[in-house]
Design a protein around this ligand. Structure first.
Ligand SMILES: N[C@@H](CCC[C@H](N)C(=O)O)C(=O)O
Length: 282
């Protein structure tokens, strides 16, 4: 059995994109891990599945699987690739696309030169799936047992959960230790994406993200949005923020409490291929 796929990336956060509009695609966690495997499969941070819309006002459904086989409700870099994919595959000619994600909807807009702007949703502080309690304030939590250290962070959801740790220098931040320790800490039963953000100017941050279910990636779009929103809410960032990630630069715009957060940046198509599913099992 074989499956046609397109390999894409957004700022080096890479994806295998599958068309589930013509025939339904069911991938269990083991199959997802096999596809994402960089030695025995195609290799990617996430698998994106284009599905038929579930709501009357949507154009498509959008499913996201991490490289460890877990499912997420959000992928910002993937959403830009999704927008490019559905237009290039002739699935729509629309410039503005509404997609159903696991817990809501997103709006994807085509800009010039293969750039896209994505409305990720309204950020939620004190999200229900992050049952932290007994910490300082809604904006700053603290855990004392992260690899023997005390770590302070903000926590919020943008369709998926994020912890944002402010650091002086992303180059020397201990992402490899603090990232996985916080990602799978008991305080986060659904696990969490962990961003390490360095303030450069009120319009610019540098960011590295240890992603839930994928490890450190070259860029995380929802992580960029989360870090910018935390800084804007704290009054240290302007409403439009340039986010420098290891894989490139994204822009985040947020007008404040109760408003949608927007992520803009490029989407690249790398190649098309056909996956022989029997070759992915080990
Ligand atoms: N790379 C993504 C986020 C993908 C999902 C995330 N790892 C999760 O489990 O929530 C992005 O660009 O937003």
């Amino acid at each position: 059995m074989s499956l046609r796929f397109t390999k894409m990336h957004g700022l080096g956060n890479d994806f295998v994109v599958l068309d589930g509009t013509r025939e339904s695609i069911t991938l269990d966690a083991e199959a997802a891990r096999a596809i994402a495997d960089r030695h025995f499969g195609i290799g990617c941070d996430q698998i994106l599945i284009v599905e038929p819309a579930r709501s009357a006002n949507a154009d498509f459904g959008y499913r996201i699987l991490n490289s460890d086989g877990s499912e997420s409700g959000q992928c910002g870099n993937g959403a830009r690739c999704f927008a490019r994919y559905v237009r290039e595959q002739g699935l729509t000619e629309k410039n503005e696309i509404v997609v159903d994600v696991r817990d809501g909807q997103m709006v994807l807009e085509s800009l010039d030169d293969h750039h896209y702007r994505v409305a990720l949703g309204v950020p939620v502080f004190e999200p229900a799936d992050i049952p932290l309690s007994g910490f300082n304030t809604a904006d700053e939590y603290r855990l004392d047992d992260i690899a023997g250290r005390t770590v302070r962070f903000a926590a919020l959801a943008i369709g998926n959960p994020h912890a944002v740790v402010r650091v002086d220098d992303v180059d020397t931040a201990d992402v490899a230790t603090i990232g996985p320790a916080l990602e799978s800490h008991a305080a986060f039963p659904a696990r969490v994406n962990v961003g390490f953000a360095q303030l450069v100017t009120p319009e610019r941050i540098r960011l590295r993200v240890y992603e839930r279910g994928a490890g450190e990636t070259l860029a995380c779009g929802s992580g960029a949005a989360a870090a910018a929103v935390v800084g804007i809410r704290a009054g240290v960032l302007d409403p439009s923020v340039t986010v420098d990630l290891p894989g490139g630069t994204a822009t985040v715009d947020w007008a404040g409490h109760g408003k949608q957060v927007y992520l803009s940046g490029p989407a690249e198509r790398v190649f098309d291929g056909e996956l022989l599913l029997s070759n992915t099992s080990r």
